[in-house]
Design a protein around this ligand. Structure first.
Ligand SMILES: [Fe+2]
Length: 166
């Protein structure tokens, strides 16, 4: 049985939340869809972060890193809402890629302006909207980042100097 066929079976655990099951049955598929989009978007922003080239490399490299961190926080928020509603959060890369409504990221681009355009195009269809609450900054993951031994964000990277100016 394929992974996706298994995932089509609705999984609802017993919960003490007082939201009627009929409402949860409507909300859960929406959250699952947005979770898939968010996980896919995270990997696409990482693609831009890793592959951007040009005179604005360092600024865009760091910008994409920050965007990826924000998107990751949203995916965490979505997944935790799913489980709070008694559902299972299906957020693996494989499942997310199959369910995502976002177009595949272009692999034939390198220039900064092209990566910015690609990310902006995805932002317009991404699950993040003003209707969504701001992710908690004190989440377990954020807390782990802020208290890491290096004192820096988990994904903050220091690019090799020879890459600057590519
Ligand atoms: Fe990085």
């Amino acid at each position: 049985m394929s992974v996706l066929r298994v995932l089509k079976e609705a999984v609802m655990y017993t919960t003490s939340i007082d939201l009627p099951k009929a409402i949860r049955d409507q909300v859960v598929p929406l959250l699952q869809a947005h979770l898939a989009d968010a996980v896919d978007l995270f990997t696409q922003v990482q693609q831009a972060h890793w592959n951007v080239k040009g005179p604005n490399f360092i600024a865009l490299h760091e910008l994409f890193d920050k965007i990826a961190e924000i998107v990751e926080d949203y995916s965490d928020l979505l997944a935790e809402r799913l489980t709070a509603l008694g559902a299972r959060a299906d957020g693996t890369a494989r499942v997310s890629a199959n369910r995502s409504r976002i177009q595949e990221y272009p692999f034939d681009i390198a220039a900064g302006r092209d990566h910015v355009a690609a990310i902006v195009a995805r932002r317009s269809t991404a699950p993040i909207s003003s209707a969504m609450p701001t992710p908690r900054t004190s989440s377990r993951r954020s807390l782990a980042r802020s208290t890491s031994s290096s004192g820096s964000s988990r994904r903050t990277c220091k690019p090799r100097t020879e890459r600057i100016g590519q």
